[in-house]
Structures are given as structure tokens and as C-alpha cells.
Design a protein around this ligand. Structure first.
Ligand code: NI
Length: 292
């Protein structure tokens, strides 16, 4: 009798355990990810996750500066009329200050100090460098280029291009272009022939625009800062002013000329910047004295 009761009791507990296991299994399934007991094979309800949903934060691109916009504008290959360009400088009064026969150590750096001091006004000048001097002062050439100035080509050793052979003429120009490019990473686009000397042979063999000047300060002759300043300040829109970065009196003049022209509302730009802003496409072998 006791044995039969024991068997029943054991069977009862076995059933109880089975029922508990079954209940647990079902409960787990129901609680897992299908609380509505919808067909689990078809509808997949994603588990809530503790990871935060990534929030899309748009990257704000800075608006392009006028310089960047200008740089992105495709180069104009044909001559266009002034006023047809989107260049922000096209409505400004422009003057190109140019310095020849350097670079020359301290003198050129004094001029660059003023350029740097007036950087917020976008002041850039042009150096028509001799290849032989650029080799001696590569850091100065690099500094000029880094400040946005134009380093252009005044031949290797200042020979009169009308009085030398075609081969020598080519090497005077191209060797200098190579030297400037090796220092700045940019090949100079303009040539100023020494003494402004040019003839048909020069025009035919020098494959660059020939840049002369409209205002000659005669700084090399007077060696007088006040005179150089007075001549340079005669500049009006489109003028190219000739000076030489070989003497301290010219550096002293630049220290007065740049602030004075900025004060008068002129934008001091490189030769290339000025012709581009005026919508004048420069042609190889052709001579230019001013941009107007
Ligand atoms: Ni010269």
C-alpha cells in the first residue's frame, strides 16, 4: 500500500517537473521577442537594443572665400572684354608693384615684411627674379610665393635678349623658369626682358607674355626713397610700377608705398592677378605695359 502511494507521489512530482519545464519553455518563447504571439516564423520584431541610434550630424563645409571661388573658376583661354568676369577684383582699382633683379636677401625680405603686415588687405606684389639670384636666396623666393606673391622670370643673368643667340636666349629664360619652379613648385608664367629690350627674335623665341611697365620709378638711378615713393604714387588703375629689390632705399620706399596705396583704396595685386581681373588674356611673345 505504501509502495503504491509512493509511486503515485513520485509520478505526481515527475509530472509537476515536466509541467514546470514546459511552462518555462513556452514562457521564454512568448517573452522573447514575440509578445503578441504572432507567427514567429514570418514576423520578425527586432529586439530593442541598448545602443543609441546614431544621429546624423551634417559636416558643415566652410563657404568658399573669394580667392577660392576665383581659383575654382576655369581658366579663360580666349580674350574677353573687361567686366565680363566674375572675378571679385574686377570692380576694384588695381595696381601691380613689381621688383626686378632680386631676390636680394635683406632688401627683398623687408618688402615681404610689409606684404605680410598688410596680408589682410590681400597685398601681393610681383618679383621678376634673376635665376642666378634665386639660386642664392631660395628661402626668400619660397617666402614670396608662400605669401601669395608672384615670382616671375627676369632671365638668368640679366643679358640683353636682343644681343644673344637664340640658344642662349632660350637657356636664359628656361633655366630661370626651372630654378623658380624647383623652389616654388610653380612655373613662372611671365617674362620681363632685361632693359625692356625686345625685337622680333625675342618675341618669336620667348614663349611667355613679355611684361614691361607703365611707371618707372627710376629707383636705381635716383637712389632716393622720397623720389621713388612720389613716382610710385602716380599709379592709377591698371598700372604696372617698376622698382628693384636690390637696394635699401627701395625697400624703405615700399614701406611707404604699400600703406599709402592701400589707404587710397587700391588693391595691390600680382601682374597675373591684375590681367585676369581685367579680363585680358595674355599671349606668348606679346608685350604688355599696363592692364587697361
Ligand atoms: Ni632688370
Amino acid at each position: 500500500m505504501n509502495r503504491i502511494v509512493f509511486i503515485y507521489i513520485r509520478a505526481f512530482f515527475v509530472m509537476l517537473i515536466c509541467a514546470a519545464m514546459l511552462f518555462c519553455l513556452c514562457g521564454c518563447t512568448v517573452n522573447d521577442n514575440n509578445p503578441n504571439n504572432v507567427n514567429n516564423d514570418i514576423v520578425e520584431v527586432p529586439k530593442p537594443t541598448s545602443y543609441p541610434t546614431p544621429t546624423f550630424v551634417p559636416t558643415v563645409e566652410p563657404s568658399p572665400t573669394p580667392e577660392q571661388t576665383a581659383a575654382a573658376t576655369p581658366e579663360v583661354t580666349g580674350a574677353i572684354m573687361p567686366g565680363e568676369t566674375d572675378n571679385p577684383l574686377s570692380e576694384e582699382k588695381l595696381v601691380a608693384l613689381t621688383f626686378d633683379d632680386g631676390p636680394y636677401g635683406e632688401v627683398t625680405n623687408r618688402i615681404l615684411d610689409v606684404v605680410e603686415q598688410y596680408a589682410e588687405y590681400g597685398v601681393h606684389v610681383t618679383f621678376f627674379a634673376l635665376g642666378s639670384q634665386a639660386e642664392k636666396f631660395p628661402n626668400t623666393v619660397k617666402r614670396a610665393a608662400d605669401l601669395g606673391c608672384e615670382v616671375a622670370n627676369h632671365t638668368y643673368s640679366h643679358k640683353n635678349l636682343t644681343k644673344i643667340s637664340e640658344d642662349e636666349r632660350t637657356s636664359q629664360v628656361e633655366d630661370t623658369a626651372d630654378i623658380i619652379e624647383s623652389i616654388t613648385g610653380t612655373r613662372s608664367k611671365l617674362v620681363r626682358p632685361p632693359y625692356g629690350a625686345k625685337n622680333d627674335d625675342v618675341r618669336a623665341t620667348v614663349k611667355y607674355p613679355l611684361i614691361l611697365w607703365s611707371i618707372d620709378t627710376l629707383d636705381w638711378k635716383t637712389r632716393d626713397t622720397d623720389s621713388t615713393v612720389a613716382e610710385a604714387l602716380k599709379a592709377v588703375d591698371g598700372d604696372i610700377v617698376l622698382m628693384h629689390d636690390v637696394r635699401d632705399d627701395t625697400a624703405a620706399a615700399a614701406e611707404q608705398i604699400i600703406p599709402a596705396l592701400v589707404e587710397q583704396g587700391y588693391k595691390l595685386v600680382t601682374v597675373s592677378e591684375m590681367f585676369e581681373a581685367k579680363g585680358i588674356a595674355l599671349e606668348n611673345g606679346k608685350a604688355y605695359r599696363k592692364a587697361r
